[in-house]
Design a protein around this ligand. Structure first.
Ligand code: FE2
Ligand code: FE2
Length: 481
């Protein structure tokens, strides 16, 4: 057996042991809450049986989580972080449900907390599975379900848990769309109210007592509202403690009040406006290929942040015809220009920005040369000039975001300097940009497929005319075709 396999088995065994301990503690606390007494240790047989049964559920979920973590969309989250986020949510969900179930009603379970928090922080599908695990664990732990003498007592618990789980599933669907925090809260509250008739229907299955039916409907709404309240309070904590960049957190990052962006606007207004334009293009491209548009926009906003260290060395910020490069030798000029990638990377790292944004700043020029100065030196030098001295340090883009920024960055600067005359020249130029980057090998490690690149080209060709506020001659384009 290879060393790697042995390590993986040991790691999984250690995590499962930890999950077993957490399960045992959860069962004991759950029993204390449902039995409304602290001393439950005299029922050690029951504790062991419930712990084993609940652990089986938890272990199956761990296998599912491991399977999910192999998918590309969860690559940015470490395994330990996935386990920590999912299991803390499940444990909180179980304990809150045991408490509300025994002290209030088995219809007031805030299981939607689990589906929302796991769905937002990890993935909707994982959130749904975590809700199933929590719901079934509540059914196991709530002592009435365990060989209850009175079978009648089990029915409300099972139906209550089922209603709470369904609320969780519906709320999980809410987060499939990219809402703001405010809209999500409203949506969840509406679902809470909409679940009331369903809850009444579930009660009618075992009693026709109007008061019980009404009470259960109200308790269902209360349980869901409690879930929303706990989410609202705990989500920012989860985001900070586990350093997860949710859509909500990214939305806060891309407001123009963000200190680094404010600095860029004040000190390098030309770069600022270029970054805004790149961000718009990048966001559209991200939508087209199905990656996070907020992350793409943020990468666009911050990709040239390093230029704020010495803005006057970049043409977009030069005023009154003064160009400091006129007083410098090309080698120094190139150094001043290429260092904006590493400087930006350091600034963003210091500001604890997401890895994707830091990488976009570092990688958006890859290891390509600063052609203007290379050509200038070549024209005044006899013999060969080493191309490497005029190149960015790299590395080449390693994420889809970095690659999108690379392409959008070149297109934006190129069309700002010389707007395209018609659609044919626009398409030709965008195609040329992508082709040249492909031939240079700049896009080898970024994970974009040919289909992605085609969609990106189409998106840019659609977005550029609108951003230039220029009427492109489509008829002329058709004629030329
Ligand atoms: Fe740049
Ligand atoms: Fe740029």
């Amino acid at each position: 057996m290879s060393q790697e396999k042995k390590q993986a088995i040991l790691r999984n065994a250690a995590i499962l042991s930890l999950i077993f301990v957490v399960t045992a503690v959860t069962v004991v606390l759950g029993m204390m809450l449902t039995l409304k007494k602290l001393n439950v240790f005299d029922q050690y047989g029951k504790i062991i049986a419930l712990t084993v049964a609940t652990f089986v559920l938890m272990a199956v979920f761990y296998v599912y989580l491991n399977y999910s973590s192999n998918s590309r969309s969860l690559e940015s989250m470490s395994n330990a972080k996935l386990v920590a986020v999912a299991y803390t949510a499940i444990v909180i969900g179980i304990l809150l449900s045991c408490a509300t179930g025994s002290y209030l009603s088995w219809y007031a379970l805030p299981l939607a907390f689990v589906s929302l928090i796991v769905g937002i922080l990890i993935r909707v599908r994982v959130g749904v599975m975590a809700t199933v695990v929590s719901g079934m664990a509540v059914m196991i732990i709530s002592p009435a379900t365990e060989f209850a003498e009175n079978l009648q007592a089990v029915i409300p618990i099972v139906l209550g848990v089922f209603t709470a789980m369904l609320s969780g599933f519906i709320m999980a669907f809410l987060i499939r769309k990219r809402y703001s925090r405010f809209k999500l809260t409203w949506g969840a509250l509406i679902v809470s109210l909409a679940m009331m008739p369903f809850s009444a229907l579930m009660t009618v299955l075992y009693t026709l007592d109007a008061r019980t039916v009404l009470n259960n409907a109200i308790f269902t709404a209360m349980g869901n509202m409690l879930a929303v309240a706990v989410i609202t309070a705990s989500l920012p904590l989860y985001e900070r403690i586990f350093n997860v960049w949710t859509d909500f957190r990214l939305q806060e990052l891309i407001t123009l009040q963000q200190p680094l962006l404010k600095k860029l606007n004040e000190e390098a207004p030309g770069t600022f406006s270029h970054s805004m334009a790149v961000a718009n293009l990048a966001e559209s491209c991200a939508v087209a290929i199905g990656i996070n548009p907020y992350m793409a926009r943020a990468c666009g906003y911050f990709h040239d942040i390093g230029k704020s260290k010495n803005p006057q060395f970049f043409i977009e910020n030069q005023k009154d015809g003064y160009n400091p490069h006129d007083e410098l030798i090309p080698e120094v000029s190139v150094n001043m220009i290429t260092r904006h990638t590493t400087a930006g990377y350091e600034m963003l790292k210091e500001a604890h920005m997401p890895a994707e944004i830091c990488k976009a700043a570092l990688e958006h020029h890859g290891d390509s040369p600063v052609s203007y100065f290379y050509m200038k030196v070549k024209s005044i030098t006899e013999g060969d000039v080493d191309n490497k001295e005029f190149c960015y340090e790299g590395p080449c883009p390693t994420t889809k975001y970095s690659a999108i920024i690379m392409i959008c960055d070149i297109c934006e600067a190129m069309f700002r300097a010389k707007p395209p005359e018609d659609m044919v020249s626009l398409e030709k130029a965008v195609d040329g940009v992508v082709k040249s980057r492909l031939t240079e090998g700049q896009l080898d490690d970024c994970g974009l497929t040919m289909k992605d690149l085609k969609l990106i080209k189409q998106t840019i060709c659609r977005a550029i005319p609108a951003s230039m506020h220029k009427r492109i001659d489509y008829d002329k384009a058709k004629e030329r075709r």
